[in-house]
Every structure is written in structure tokens, then in C-alpha cells.
Design a protein around this ligand. Structure first.
Ligand SMILES: Cc1cc2nc3c(=O)[nH]c(=O)nc-3n(C[C@H](O)[C@H](O)[C@H](O)COP(=O)(O)OP(=O)(O)OC[C@H]3O[C@@H](n4cnc5c(N)ncnc54)[C@H](O)[C@@H]3O)c2cc1C
Length: 292
């Protein structure tokens, strides 16, 4: 299936979940449960990340295989090219093609945590190079990442949109955004993207709050602004009130999703961090309210 078809027909917004391959036995058990719960929500597709420097190469493939072949779910395979030898890129993508995968999200990736990792001299520099590379060899429908607040290394928002447009010009067909805690960042982004002449569907990435530590760490890494409302809401909770925090995160993300749906987004993409409780809470509430 080419997922962009459902965005083109625009009958209803899509629902999707991002997953990553488990790194430990315990994480694998938790992921199994999470997948079952998420599958019960009948998403339009699930996506699987690809660890920087190919670190989850096997795990990503296995997870895609399980989701697609064992569970019959539609999948999007992410692929991050940072530091990889073009031959490795071909090997991974050939494997995805053999699995029957039709849709890819092409990202650059970042420097892997593994300090011994040495980027291959012929590795690709930007996600746009990866889009060109894939487009010249495969029939995949390709998507790319977009950043409502701008990519953290970007000199300014104008340049960011210029490079985003270049990725689309190379043949990408859809955009999934990084998460944001204030919908206005998304709405402004969409406006700037459209002004630049990009008409591809823009799927909104939503990250529920799972823990304060994780929220702070990820926001620092990707430059997401933590709103005053979040800071005030968290400050009103006892520091060890994990359930209270989760409920606050579900309610906050629910309200974000409701606002996005009311504004007519073509799709909601939930960053699950391989957990299901928040996604189930958010989506159930949206469906009970008739919003999704
Ligand atoms: C939806 C989504 C999914 C992701 N999935 C993964 C994943 O599975 N694995 C993973 O490792 N990471 C993933 N990431 C993170 C991503 O790899 C990082 O954000 C990375 O830093 C940038 O990737 P990109 O594809 O946006 O890169 P690019 O589009 O290459 O942009 C990177 C930076 O370079 C600039 N730039 C782009 N083109 C040019 C150019 N021609 N000349 C000069 N500057 C340029 C951009 O403005 C930006 O600042 C994901 C991010 C998102 C939003």
C-alpha cells in the first residue's frame, strides 16, 4: 500500500504509531505487550526507527517483519543514512524491498553514541542525498522529516524550509514532523511550508509526556520548547506521582491532538517510546469525543 493515497483522498485523518526495536530481553517483552495494545487501536500504519550508524539494522528489520508479516499491519520503515557505506544502504533497502515494504521515511540520522563508529568516506551528507539515492534505485514512496521549530542545527527557519523543499524536490512525497508541545509551532510551520510551494501531506508528530527526565532530555536534544503550561502542570504534582504525571501527559497530548484534528491535519503520528498506555488513553478519548 502507498500510504500517501489515504492522505490524497483525505477522507479522514490517519492514525499511526512510532516504535523502535527493543535492545534488551525485558524491553522486548514490554514491546510485545505494547504492540498488542496499539494494534487493538487499529492504526493506519506503524513505523519503525533505524538506529544511527545502522546500530539497529537487524532489530529494525525483525520488528518490521513481525509487524507486517505476523500482524498484518501497514508499516513505514525509517532509514537513517548517517555514516553508512552506500553498499550497506543498498543491502538494507534490498531487504526492505524483499519484505514487501513500500514506504520509507528517509532521514540523515545523527552521530551514533558508539564512539568507535567511523563514518564511511562515501557516506551521504544530508537526507536529500538519501532521497536522491533511493529514488534512483527503488520504487519506494519516500517521506522526510520536518521540524516545526526548525532543526536544531539549522541557521534559521528560512534555510530549514529551503532544505526541506529540496528534499521534496528530490522526490519525497510526504512529511512527518518532529514533535512540538505548542500547536502554534505546527500551524506556523505548515504556513511556511505551503508558502514555499510544498503541497505534500504534513503528518503531525505528537509525543506524550512519559517522565520529566525523558521529556527534558529529548527536548534538549531536538530543541522542542517545553511550554509554561507543562511546567506549571508538572510543578503542581508531587515529584513521585508517576500516575499523575502520566495522566497529565495524556490529557495534554489529547488536547493537542484535538486541536490538530479540528484544524484538519491529514494524520496524527504518536511517538510511543514503545509504550501503549498513553496512546490508548489519548486515542480512546479522541474517539469517545468523536474527533477521530
Ligand atoms: C519523523 C522523524 C523520524 C526520525 N527517525 C529517525 C530514525 O529512525 N533514526 C535516526 O537516527 N534519526 C531519526 N530522526 C532524527 C533525525 O535523524 C535527526 O533529526 C537528524 O539530525 C536530521 O535528520 P534529517 O533527515 O532532518 O536531516 P537533513 O534533512 O539532512 O537536515 C539536517 C540538517 O542539515 C541541514 N541541511 C539539510 N540539507 C542541507 C544542505 N544541502 N546544505 C546544508 N545544510 C543542509 C538542515 O537544515 C538541518 O539543520 C527522525 C526525526 C524525525 C523528525
Amino acid at each position: 500500500m502507498n500510504i500517501t493515497n489515504s492522505w490524497k483522498t483525505g477522507e479522514r485523518p490517519t492514525l499511526s504509531f512510532e516504535l523502535y526495536p527493543a535492545r534488551t530481553e525485558k524491553a522486548a517483552q514490554n514491546l510485545e505487550k505494547a504492540i498488542d495494545n496499539l494494534a487493538n487501536l487499529e492504526p493506519d500504519f506503524v513505523s519503525v526507527t533505524f538506529g544511527a550508524g545502522g546500530s539497529t539494522r537487524e532489530g529494525s528489520r525483525q520488528l518490521l517483519e513481525k509487524l507486517k508479516l505476523d500482524m498484518g499491519l501497514q508499516v513505514i520503515a525509517y532509514f537513517a543514512c548517517f555514516g553508512l557505506n552506500p553498499e550497506d544502504i543498498v543491502e538494507v533497502l534490498d531487504g526492505y524491498k524483499d519484505l514487501g515494504i513500500e514506504t520509507i521515511l528517509a532521514v540523515r540520522g545523527d552521530t551514533p553514541h558508539d564512539e568507535s563508529f567511523v563514518p564511511h568516506p562515501e557516506s551521504l551528507t544530508h537526507a536529500s542525498d538519501l532521497v536522491t539515492f533511493i529514488k534512483s534505485r527503488y520504487d519506494f514512496c519516500i517521506g522526510v522529516a520536518g521540524y516545526p521549530e526548525g532543526h536544531i542545527d539549522s541557521p534559521n527557519l528560512e534555510k530549514d524550509i529551503e532544505y526541506l523543499k529540496y528534499k521534496l524536490d528530490q522526490g519525497a512525497e510526504y512529511i512527518i514532523t518532529n514533535y512540538f508541545y505548542d500547536n502554534n509551532f505546527f500551524f506556523d510551520f505548515v504556513e511556511r511550508v505551503r508558502k514555499a510551494g510544498i503541497d505534500a501531506p504534513i503528518i503531525a508528530g505528537v509525543m506524550p509526556i512519559f517522565s520529566v527526565k525523558m521529556m527534558e532530555r529529548l527536548a534538549t536534544l531536538c530543541g522542542a520548547t517545553i511550554t509554561t503550561e507543562i511546567r506549571t502542570g508538572i510543578a503542581s504534582l508531587a515529584p513521585d506521582d508517576k500516575e499523575g504525571l502520566l495522566s497529565f501527559g495524556i490529557d495534554y497530548a489529547y488536547r493537542q491532538c484535538a486541536g490538530l484534528l479540528q484544524a484538519g491535519v491529514p494524520g496524527l503520528h504518536i511517538y510511543t517510546m514503545d509504550r501503549s498506555k498513553s496512546a490508548v488513553g489519548i486515542i480512546s478519548k479522541l474517539r469517545n469525543e468523536g474527533l477521530l
